[in-house]
Design a protein around this ligand. Sequence first.
Ligand code: GLN
Length: 526
Amino acid sequence: MAKYIFITGGVVSSLGKGISGASIGKLLQIHGFKVNMIKFDPYINVDPGTMSPYQHGEVFVTLDGTEADLDLGTYERFLDVYTNKSNTNTAGDVYRTVIDRERMGYYNGSTVQVIPHITDEIKKRFTVFRDEYDVSIIEIGGTVGDIESLPFMETARQFQLENKKEDVFSIHVTLVPYIAGARELKTKPTQHSVNKLREIGISPDMIICRTEHILDKPLKKKVSLFCNVKENCVIEALNVPSIYFIPEEFYKQNVDSLIIEKLKLNPKKKFTEVWFKKVRPTKNKFCKEVKIAIVGKYANLKDAYKSIDESFNIVALELSTEIVIHYLRAEDGGLIEKLKNYDAILVPGGFGNRGVEGKIKAITYARENKVPFLGICLGMQCSVIEASRNLAKLKDANSTEFDETTKYPVVKILDGQKNIQYRGGTMRLGSYKAKIKENTLAHSLYKTTEINERHRHRYEMNPKFIEKLDKLGFLVSAYHEEVLPEIVEVKDHPFFIGVQFHPEFASRPMKPHPLFKGLIDASLKK
Ligand code: GLN
């Protein structure tokens, strides 16, 4: 029998519902259960693919090419699963499905309404993994009280009513703020938030309190009393140095046992603490520090490059190295001067020409000074522009994304992308195979000739210029179907790699991605 855990949030957004849910999922996995997670976002965008990273952070790409909320990255990294289209839902997508059906005459004359038509569609999506997984963890985005998330909350209420008590567990994640003046933690926002949830008809089984200070017993008692949850189900979620410590923190508070008890689950494996140990870095006083500069557009918004950040965290754990990441805005002055303080440079993906010239300058600096460099997607395309201008002396070479009439279109739009009517969901998306040439840096890193990596772009390196650049030591070391350049590298450089795909989506704890690991290895050797 499939079980369902609902995660809602209150007081403020960004409390880490995804991380809390994924941590619980991890604990249940260690008990031997098959766990999957589903995200429901209340916005009207059909998917986050057309949204600026300023609004919702990075767009995560699944193997099947779905442009998804960044929480799916958290699910993949914690649970070591592959998500797909069914793991991500938005209000826009739900409404579109129902409206398309209405247009096709499916509803046969009835008035189409939020209840039951929209809620029935949501319910269907709650249960997509029913037959394959023991537990589905359902995360409802936004905070309780938002107008947009109401249909999802209402569906969760109906779902509770229609299913057995032992099949549904409800968790509310809230904030218990510390008021410095009074030197006190305050539970009132949590009380209000839970009241709001109960108004909708959902009574949480557990409350996870995000807090900067320890919740003492009287405080837990207060939350318990006012919010109608058992005292041992008031869970403290303190800030921790790494998100991968959270499963252990929850385990210490019996979060897994409390859920297992209410859901009447029978653990399938003896619980071991091996995973906890693996994600705890071994303390090494003499461990080296590597400083990485990420030269991009969204310097002030860490979530915009979430998977890149996590990829480095995972390598840091693996190599017991301290990796310090600084985000430098490509368009700011004094960039090259600043870069001199770093051991390696990464230029990430991006769209539009803001900062492109700065990125190209950073790449010239990395190439000429033999600074380890990784270019991802737009970063790779910029490295092609850089080599064309400065090695091949093709003056003003460019991508047609930034200069449509350039004399040397060394990066051009992919065939099939020219007459796109809809911007959403139409890029080259998802996993594609590539073949790596032997005796290349890429081959020495991947140690295989066949790879599968995730894409999200409309432009590619123009094959017309491959030969010219190859002769100058800038080579293509991997192709898709022998035509599309997938990896470029510079000969006689300790580490200079550009990839048309996004390796950051494939990193997992204990399974660092070879390109990120390679970049750090090269920086350590410097
Ligand atoms: N703007 C470039 C393209 O569409 C790169 C995209 C990216 O970096 N994800 O091809």
